[in-house]
Design a protein. Sequence first.
Length: 290
Amino acid sequence: MSDAHNEHESAIKTPKQLIAAVIAGFLVPIICIVLLVQYVTSAEQTGAGSTGQMPESIAARIKPEADAGFTLKDVNAPKQLQAGDTVYKATCAACHDSGAAGAPKLGDAGAWSARIGQGQEKVVEHAIKGLRAMPAKGGNPDLDDVEVARAVVYLANQSGAKFKEPAVKAAAPAAAAPAAAAPAEAAPAAAAPAAAAAPAAAPAQVSADTGKKVYDAACVACHGAGIAGAPKLGDKAAWAPRIAQGSAKLHEHAIKGFTGKAGMMPPKGGSTASDDEIKAAVDYMVAASK
């Protein structure tokens, strides 16, 4: 019995031994962690010494910053044409997702069947030139015809068609300058004063009903029904804060396009009208909404 009792006795018999055991229990893991960290970080690092000043080391250090901060682009390079789904999401989805202004919804085979029956060429033509409430190129005149055709193919094929991806036409070679151009530059200097004396052509005057015609052709698609936050024609409450901005600001928004909390308007409402014609359309809407 005596031997069995001694075997179960603890090695810690005094308070000092207990304190020493507790301290060792904390210190030993900490010391191990410190030694492990020192071992891991003891590898040779590139610094300001001879190896750090080598061209390869300098290039390696500055490369991430240069790549992240600068992107050089050739302004004369050919335009990178967008894919059909990208064009759709950026330009077409506003109407074709919700069916606004009678636009056939994406994936609605019933609404698209008659249009698909007209053939790919006719549907693409309507998208490029505009049809009824749909402005030319969906209201984005910066789109290339091929980009519009790609969006049409994406939209129609998602709705039951089997249109083919449009081919990209090769750029036409630059025409050689005519040989007669050089002698033309050597024309007698006496002709210059005569040309300078010719009066500048007077700007074309916009007729009084031009504003209404432009509104009926391009603006009514949104301003007639209040689509995408557009203030309806004749809605005095909606037009009041806009009119307060002044004609110059309204003209600028209409010509350059505008994106606000209420919605977005493409440049010139997606039409090909001149700046003066767009101003006339704005003036017409303002006059009808005061």
